[in-house]
Design a protein around this ligand. Sequence first.
Ligand SMILES: [Zn+2]
Ligand SMILES: [Zn+2]
Length: 329
Amino acid sequence: MVKKILKEAVKALLYVVLFAVVGLVVFLYSPKSVTSLNYDIDKSSPYDTRESRQELYGRFDSFILNQATSTPFVGWFVVSKGRKLFELRSKGIVDEINSSVVPEGKIKVWYIYNMGVVAKTSKHTIAFDIAAPYLSFSFRGIGDLADIILTSHTHGDHYDTWVLKKGKNLVFPTGTYLAKSYKDKNLYELESGQKVKIDGVSVTAFQTDHRRDQNFDFPVAWYLVEVDGFKLVHTGDGFNFKNIKERDFLYTQDIDILFANNQTVPFNIRDLSPKVVIPLHMHEIMHTKGYLETDGFSDVASSFAKEADSLKGITPYLLFWGESIEYPK
Ligand SMILES: [Zn+2]
Ligand SMILES: [Zn+2]
């Protein structure tokens, strides 16, 4: 009897081990369509204006749509080609940022994922809205290397708890439930219009609504960051300002780089008149397929093309996950 139970238990254990091994292989295996796209992005450059770069944008849009699902549940990310590509694109990104020496008078910017970017000067490293698809790992060390981590709001595609819990200085708009988990950090919960200085970097938050919903009670922020002579603006998912005077104040600022949600239309970008605009919140694979159909490179490119006059003198950069630019070029 005991022998029989033991035999059954060993059998069950073998099934569990087999299942785990197969799962791990499926999780780690990257099909050719993923590795070849990654290879071609690696060979390309954000400064490249040739036709081949444009084709790559189209190929990336199609790749994301082809692998998308109408219900992206966590288990799906084990097989998701989007996550696999992200994992390849973000492999080594932490070491790359760490070892990059940025000369004085320059700033280097890496695009991580969705609205997530890291900006590095000769003295500071600032991270905005660092998130990633479920079951991604390579990007997490950004929490250790950033001097300041800013989170625009508490939607899951704009923060990552692994990253936040490693951070030193964390910035949130006031009133989030999330900030309360990080009382042991240097925590800055900013009111609309409030400016703080953190290790020599100025940060100002501005309360906005969320994707034009006209609700100004949910904490959502745009940030103005002044670091080593550069002015950066990050829009999160914000669109309309609670306080119009604060928006008008931003219009008077000499903005170097605008990290703009793809909802930020050329008309608004013109009024902010940054030197460089980096459109973000594209290819966010934790959203549904229907959502992804309207937030690809091609959607931003056509919206920019329609309002080309508004964007005169402003340099746009469309970046792939893990790519970086230096400013001034
Ligand atoms: Zn959101
Ligand atoms: Zn979002």
